[in-house]
Design a protein around this ligand. Sequence first.
Ligand code: ADP
Ligand code: MG
Length: 354
Amino acid sequence: MRTTPFFSDSSTEGSEISTKLEGITKKFGRLTVFDNLNLEISRGELFSLVGPSGSGKTTLLRIIAGLEIQDSGHVYINSKAVDGLSPPRRNIGMVFQDYALYPNKTVIDNIMSPLIVKNVKRSVARKEAEEMAERLSIGETLARKPAQISGGQQQRVALARALIKKPDVFLLDEPFSNLDAQLRFSARKFLKEVQREFGITTIYVTHDQSEALSISDRVAIMGGGRVHQVGTPREIYEAPSDEFVAMFIGSPPLNVISVQVKGGNSTPITMKLPGVSDGAFRVGIRPEGVTIGRGNNEATVTSLEYAGRETIVYLKVAETEIRSIVFDAGLLKVGQKVKFDVQQSPLVLAREDS
Ligand SMILES: Nc1ncnc2c1ncn2[C@@H]1O[C@H](COP(=O)(O)OP(=O)(O)O)[C@@H](O)[C@H]1O
Ligand SMILES: [Mg+2]
């Protein structure tokens, strides 16, 4: 457990779990968004909810915040059931995609507004807001209005305004999706640093799997009304629990192909499949595990996608297509015959003949 001077709330000591969702079911009319969903978020971690659009990420955050009420199940924050508490009484900080800054208020007034609502004395609120702005490197913008600062600065104002309440949990819903690619990259890194420094439990929602992998301590993969897997980014990438996770994580995505195994040999693509018995299987192969140049397989190059540092090479073996990432593809041409090898152990996803 992390302790920091900023978030030294003694009432939360003694429990490693910050936020617990127990048996959450939520329906909108006939649509079941979740059915008996369970999750535990540890104190001080950066936990991401990632899944395709419509998988219920926003709904789940809103349930934690109390903006949406579950049909059954419980939300606990610091071991206390908060089901009956209105949003302001849950002590949660939130930042959404649209930062919802007050356009007519200055930056400093925006940042201190949650304290004013709580009847903190104006001079005290101002001092705390100034300190927070300094920590988030927006100290020089305090007298301006939101329209007079950059998108990245607006983002920091929204973070500052959420953090000044010293929330028990910090909820972020796709907070950087309005920023351009460059800014998003630095905003992400900045968030990670702030999160570390403050040691604040953070639940981060994104549809971008690479973003989730890059910043999170742990990730939950959501889809089809349930949580498919919870784990560290490395666990999720290296050992996806099912085909949904395997296909969702990684860019370019996993190759999923059908192979026949007989006597230790696989067709149409030869690869090592340790411990796999005879039969038909669907296997997953990461594009970076396919190396071109030599090996036991022969294929035709059908397409080349230049991506700067790497090139994505599409290969065809009989009727099977497989993608490879190549860092030096200068000599490859469409139509060329090449040898290749599957160097990583494939993920065996399903048996196809049972
Ligand atoms: N207030 C609502 N009324 C009806 N359906 C809703 C409401 N809010 C969300 N939904 C539906 O619930 C599903 C999950 O939505 P949402 O939580 O916004 O997903 P995500 O944030 O992962 O994109 C979607 O099918 C969406 O259309
Ligand atoms: Mg959403």
